[in-house]
Ligand binder design. Sequence first.
Ligand code: GAL
Length: 422
Amino acid sequence: MRFTRRAAVAVVGVAALLTVAACGSSDDKGGSGSGSKKVEVFTWWADGGEKAGLDGLVAQFGKDCAGQEFVNGAVAGGAGANAKQVLASRLQTNDPPDTFQAHAGAELKDYIKAGQIEDISADYATWGLKSAFPQGLIDNLTIDGKIYSVPANIHRANVVWTNKKVVADAGITADPKDMATFLADLDKLKAKGIKTPLALGKDWTQLMLLESVLITDLGPDKFTGLWNGTTDWKGADVTKGINDFKTLLTYTNTDRDALDWTDAEKLVMDGKAAYQLMGDWEAADMDAKKFADYGYFTFPGNGDTYQWLADSFVLPKGAKNVDGTKCWLKTVGSADGQKAFNTKKGSIPARTDASPADYPKYQQDAMAAWKTFKQVPSCAHGSGCSQGFQGAANSALGAFSTKQDVAALQTAMAAAAAQFGK
Ligand code: GAL
């Protein structure tokens, strides 16, 4: 079973991670027995814009679910780098939180196939959620006709965030639309003394950058095929993509493997870098950190492609406070809950009935783009690939960051696809 292999690895690192895990001590965990009114919500949203989004949802939960108590089970670390390992260990030892965040798509299906989460189709009917979300998203939450989670949002991954002043000071007046222009702009920034104009963090953030380059070099359909098995990872177009990615690395900070996404973001905010490829949680985070001088554009060459991912919440098997958790899930899916969360999180609501006027400018643009752009999934954030595939990709990227061996990365990705792909 794919997930078990990863979980076994996770146990090794878990003792150390558990020391950073507890926003609530074990006594505080939701459900210390039957009749508990505590709902332990397990996420990796511990700081900045992510925490602001969670806080919005918690405030709505307080209004909707009187008598229930939110317990914060957040484990810090971008993209769940630490949280997923802690969670895997807890699920293995039958100590689930009352609910946890899981990405719609392949990642969620890991939990469904492992029998770790409950079918909540009947609640969808009760809460009137069946028609609230786009059918394509519902399909990503469903196996064999049963629905297993409530989506909180839609995020977009293939966005470049900029420090407007740094970009303007280098004489760049328009956003680059293709790779050649992007490289020329990066050279202009270097010539202006910005030594590493493209800020980058560790493994999963590198995977995001590689994915964006591959969308450019393969086009959206062939890119999607990398995850559903219809595109060959050994192809010449993938070799070109990895070479382009290698070129981009020459513009990035050499300490990248030690940085989380927020550390790389700080390089942009501090004016040490001009650009960072990151998901649109960055908009919320820069807002939360009061950095207003940012711009954004679609990764050069991606055209009208929306690389999507969605955070969703589940009811784990063995959750101690089922009633409280269901109230949390109902809030997550409600119009008020989605507004309270997404206006602060940088994402757009998963529900189709939201009003753009309620949202900041970035999300208004994203809501319009979501309706018309071509949608492709993300491996780094679980809509496109399983956790086994993610783990293999992240370690291959880590090796590439050091050795820059194009053939080795391509071989490793092809092997990961053969082992973990569809
Ligand atoms: C993603 C998650 C986002 C955001 C991001 C950075 O995996 O879906 O909501 O939290 O990680 O941590």
